[in-house]
Design a protein around this ligand. Structure first.
Ligand code: ATP
Ligand code: MG
Length: 596
């Protein structure tokens, strides 16, 4: 450490919001160069390389072959698949000196399809799986959480090509199994959830989510153990309701009612129900959203959902992909005077509006919890007025039924096994059965045994290598610093030379060379001008799995203290036995991360 390029910081950087970012920067593993852009310093690079090596080993074990494509790519292939547009502002686009368009790749489906198509033409060539570990670029709207949402980040992306669907399913199964081994070896907990395919397209897809409260994804689990990203969860279809006994609609005045609760209170006062009190769930609330097309133009839509539920923009986006959603501003709403803010009613909305009054060209979508035949109280399209007995299917219709509302505890799971429970997670990997989306776009076929051209089936499989490194820290740290799993630690043993007498210096050097002889990786704090207290703090912060102290006890009794960073009693052993003991401890630690 006397010559290592490393400066640890006493305080956490003020602008980082999560523990892993604070610790990795404080401990001198990474450095922030710009929002979402990081430099790797010597110790950080060692961890990154170890993670990459584990990923490589597991990719090799399933026969995937490593290549390395450029990050700077031409526009045309992304035009062919429409992703130049669909990725929207998330792509870093640039021009060369001839004003020709390029992009910094956010992912590589197009280029791998072209690569395989160029070289392969026969069924005999397939199956093949190629992968790379490479820097990706995405101009994320909100770079945050350090390495977890970077704008430049490292991804392992693999692509399988097969002659048929069965082959694709087999490749998918192998990748998925390799992912399970990778995360086990990295010491990262994960839940496999059904996923929404997003701009990737394709059908079957699962995500590996690290269950962490800092995650931006929410996943739902059923009592039977199935899990879904809430973006991908389809709520069970509810049966239609018989509305033959529901009287015709009528209006009431609700002066000054500014919230759903106000409306409910006024209803209970003015038009009390005989069976029970009015509730928020009886109100159909209509929310104006601005839908953003990939090319930048926008349109207003209205979404109707029960008053006791909140709109979930991500779930709306998943249903109306590739449109992106935001709450409509007052100015946007003002362009549709027929929609009265706070009192939007469903009767005149949508392309097939039934109601009287001014028809609105605005598209109207209903949440799945609004069942055909059910009766609602909703805005009357007039200030301070609401309408009762509005029956969906009789008095109003919609342009579509979508998953528009936030799910909540108690909602039933699609597998019928009972109520859902919810947790936050960080997406550390995703596997896709893309099917023929990309191969068809580029006309990638191969000749089968009879010489006929058959389409090629494709899968794509990503791991966020730099993101998963941050997740390792999220799972393995305490108030004093990082606690690396032995499989990825920059070194296995951190030897602290706690004192500067010749006896201690010689003893520490001797111990280090014994460790090296045993093949142990050592970080040696040989700094002479640094106090032991500072060294101990650094050892805790840096987080090697075993901390060994050669200090006063060595001087007095010839002993070395060995301690596991993540807890457990320290052991005091004779110097000549210490290296073997350390090796034994390392082997024991390694077994905890064995993936079998
Ligand atoms: P997210 O939903 O978090 O934006 P994504 O679904 O867009 O991620 P993919 O296209 O599936 O990401 O990319 C494969 C993997 O790359 C992800 O599972 C994730 O681990 C990682 N990844 C994606 N975006 C980033 C990022 N901005 N910074 C770091 N890692 C990322
Ligand atoms: Mg993903």
């Amino acid at each position: 450490m006397s010559s290592l390029f490393l400066r640890t910081l006493r305080d956490a950087p003020a602008d980082e919001d999560i523990d892993s970012a604070k610790l990795l920067i404080r401990a001198g593993y990474i450095r922030k160069e710009a929002p979402g852009v990081f430099a790797w310093l010597p110790l950080g690079l060692r961890v990154l390389n170890k993670i990459e090596d584990i990923v490589r080993e597991e990719m090799t074990s399933i026969g995937a072959q490593e290549v390395h494509l450029p990050a700077l790519l031409p526009r045309e292939p992304y035009e062919t698949t429409h992703r130049w547009e669909e990725y929207g502002d998330n792509i870093f686009k640039l021009k060369d000196r001839h004003q020709v368009d390029y992009l910094l790749a956010p992912t590589h489906e197009e280029m791998f399809t072209l690569l395989a198509k160029d070289l392969y033409s026969s069924y005999k060539d397939l199956p093949v799986t190629l992968y790379q570990i490479q820097t990706k670029y995405r101009d994320e709207a909100r770079p945050r959480a350090g390495l977890i949402r970077g704008r430049e980040f490292i991804m392992k992306d693999a692509y399988s090509f097969t002659c048929d669907k069965a082959g694709l399913e087999e490749c998918y199964r192998q990748e998925r199994a390799a992912y399970e081994r990778i995360y086990q070896r990295l010491g990262v907990k994960y839940v496999i959830v059904h996923a929404f395919s997003g701009p990737m397209g394709g059908s079957e897809s699962e995500e590996f989510l690290a269950p962490l409260p800092i995650g931006e994804d929410t996943f739902a689990q059923s009592p039977a153990g199935r899990a879904w990203n809430v973006e991908a969860l389809k709520t069970p279809v509810l049966a239609d309701v018989d509305f033959s006994a529901t009287p015709v609609p009528f209006e009431v005045t609700t002066p000054g009612a500014g919230s759903i609760d106000d409306v409910v209170a006024m209803l209970n006062e003015q038009v009390p129900r005989s069976d029970r009190a009015w509730q928020a769930a009886d109100i159909l609330k209509n929310i104006a959203l601005t839908a953003h097309y990939p090319d930048g133009h926008t349109k207003l839509i209205v979404v109707g959902l029960p008053g006791d539920r909140e709109v979930d923009l991500k779930r709306v986006e998943a249903c109306l992909s590739p449109l992106e959603m935001s709450q409509a501003t007052d100015e946007e709403l003002a362009q549709h005077p027929e929609l009265v803010k706070g009192f939007i009613g469903p009767m005149s909305l949508g392309s097939q509006a039934k109601g009287t009054g001014v028809a609105s060209p605005v598209e109207y979508y209903l949440d799945t919890h609004v069942v055909k035949g059910s009766a609602w109280v909703s805005g009357a399209n007039a200030v301070d007025r609401h309408t009762l007995n509005l029956v969906y299917g009789r008095d109003f219709v919609a342009d579509g039924v979508i998953e528009a509302s936030q799910l909540k505890p108690g909602d039933m799971s699609p597998d019928g096994s009972g109520p859902l429970s919810f947790q936050r997670g960080v997406e550390i990997g995703q596997v896709f059965q893309l099917g023929r989306k990309y191969t068809d776009a580029f006309g990638f076929t191969v000749l089968d045994e009879e010489g006929r051209a058959v389409p090629v089936w494709m899968g794509s499989y990503g791991i966020g290598v730099s993101r998963v490194l941050a997740c390792v820290v999220e799972f393995h740290h305490d108030g004093n610093g990082i606690m690396w799993p032995v499989t990825v630690a920059p070194a296995q043993v951190h030897v602290v030379m706690a004192g500067k007498s010749d006896v201690i210096v010689d003893g520490a050097e001797e111990f280090v060379s014994q460790l090296l002889d045993q093949g142990v990786e050592v970080l040696f704090d040989d700094r002479r001008k640094v106090r032991p207290g500072v060294k101990f703090n650094d050892a805790e912060l840096l987080g090697m799995p075993i901390i060994a102290v050669v200090g006063r006890d060595f001087e007095r009794n010839g002993t070395i203290e060995l301690r596991l960073r993540d807890g457990g009693d320290s052991q005091v052993v004779l110097a000549r036995e210490a290296a073997a003991k350390a090796k034994e401890m390392i082997d024991h630690l390694c077994r905890q991360y064995d993936a079998g």
